[in-house]
Design a protein around this ligand. Structure first.
Ligand code: AMP
Ligand code: MG
Length: 416
């Protein structure tokens, strides 16, 4: 099959070049906000966080057992110490201690000042107030040191860290109740196309349901983004222009789908040229060639193609990194996998192709990938089945079963 999409008068921009152009154009938002720690999951720390207390704040026991002083140990024979009282978690033992005395202690209880060691309760024999310790008793064991996790005044977390559940716990352990984070990136998205119908309405002939807004709602659900679904717009240049200009005043990013190609009802690129500037248009990518990227005022504009699979691919490979950079994240290299392809794959040279695949790993750790089904850019079912993209470079002219291919795991999926 001839790939008519590759019949371009000038070479198409490569995906990697497009990513570089986008990343150069994007700067992290500067504004910050103070939020409660419990709302911090997935947000980006705007400042280094320092510890104003140590964690643990005091020495405490790592075991249920008996606290003693190492001076009272007999390393040759079993020995007996006298029980003076109990140190509970949350209720420290505060009375004076004499030589030869020990204290019953529970996990998390403060170790009394005069003592320096804890033995597990399973290792002693108890006879009323007389506690018999074995000759194998070791000094200085089972005590969690003050500041062992976090020292007073040290950096608990660096700025630009995306907060995980563990980070929330870590910050809570040093008493941090409020945090300074980067503000959310304000994203607006539209669907465009006269043929599109909203859910809840019956389809007339020629209409299809607007699925892209639902895909985008899912792709954009992230604590880093404040997302507004701006609805559905017709293929009317005046209405499109008016809405894009209005949205550009309010949002950091506009994403539209549809109307970015060269058809008579494709107005997006012309509007972007008129009201803003075009960073680039059209990429050596399949699916997703007609992609119009630029700015309207201070707002970044991503005019994605209408085809539902192209929306996902261009979002994940081009838009997502830009949004993350805007949100203040440092972009890390994606894990890349080489797998043995179990399917013959047809391809013509000219564009980098992202095919939907199913990645598996055998018991020796070897990766295998097969096609997830039909690859048309309107086929959502194979997209739903897939857990990876088989990424075939621009020059590739097809793959035979047994060939090695590059595979990228799809965000949010796992290897089968
Ligand atoms: P376009 O990029 O506007 O030429 O659209 C390309 C293809 O994607 C056409 O078959 C459209 O009907 C389809 N399409 C465009 N927008 C959507 C949408 N929001 N949901 C589902 N399909 C769409
Ligand atoms: Mg259209």
């Amino acid at each position: 099959m001839i790939d008519f999409c590759s019949q371009e008068s000038k070479p198409l921009l490569l995906v990697e070049e497009a990513i570089d152009k986008i990343m150069t154009a994007v700067e992290a938002v500067k504004e910050c906000e103070v939020i409660e720690l419990r709302l911090g999951l997935g947000r980006v720390l705007a400042k280094d966080v320092f510890a104003s207390i140590s964690s643990p704040p005091e020495r405490n026991s790592a075991m249920d057992g008996y606290a003693f002083n190492s001076r009272d140990i007999n390393t040759e024979n079993a020995f007996v110490l006298t029980l003076a009282g109990t140190a509970w978690a949350g209720r420290p033992y505060t009375a004076e201690l004499l030589a030869g005395q020990c204290v019953r202690i529970f996990t998390g209880a403060v170790v009394p000042e005069a003592l320096d060691s804890v033995i597990m309760q399973e290792h002693v024999s108890v006879n009323h107030e007389s506690i018999q310790f074995p000759e194998t008793t070791q000094p200085y064991q089972n005590i969690r040191k003050m500041g062992e996790d976090i020292a007073l005044g040290s950096v608990v977390l660096d700025s630009n860290k995306v907060l995980s559940a563990m980070d929330l716990g870590l910050l809570a352990s040093v008493g941090i109740e409020k945090i300074v984070v980067k503000r959310k990136v304000k994203v607006a998205f539209f669907s465009t196309g006269d043929e599109l119908q909203t859910l809840g309405q019956a389809l007339s002939s020629g209409q299809i349901y607007d699925s892209n807004r639902y895909t985008l709602t899912g792709l954009l659900t992230d604590p880093l983004y404040d997302v507004t679904d701006m609805g559905l717009l017709p293929d009317d240049p005046d209405i499109l222009e008016e809405n894009f200009i209005k949205a550009a005043e309010k949002y950091d990013v506009i994403i539209s789908t549809g109307g970015a190609s060269v058809g008579d009802a494709d107005y997006v690129k012309d509007i972007l040229t008129r009201c803003g500037n075009v960073n680039f248009w059209k990429l050596a990518i399949k699916p997703g060639k007609p992609l119009a990227v630029g700015k309207i005022g201070n707002c970044h504009f991503f005019g994605l193609p209408g085809n539902p699979v192209a929306v996902v691919v261009t979002f994940q490979y081009l838009v997502a990194s830009a949004l993350k950079k805007l949100a203040g994240l440092t972009i890390e290299k994606k894990l890349q996998i080489t797998a043995i392809c179990l399917s013959d794959l047809k391809k013509s040279a000219g564009r980098q192709e992202y095919m939907r695949g199913i990645l598996t790993q055998d018991s020796h750790g070897v990766f295998f990938v097969s096609s997830a089904g039909k690859q048309g850019s309107h086929i959502l079912k194979s997209m739903s089945h897939a857990n990876c993209y088989i990424v075939l470079p621009v020059t590739c002219q097809g793959v035979k079963e047994g060939d090695k291919v590059r595979v990228d795991l799809m965000p949010g999926t796992s290897i089968l």
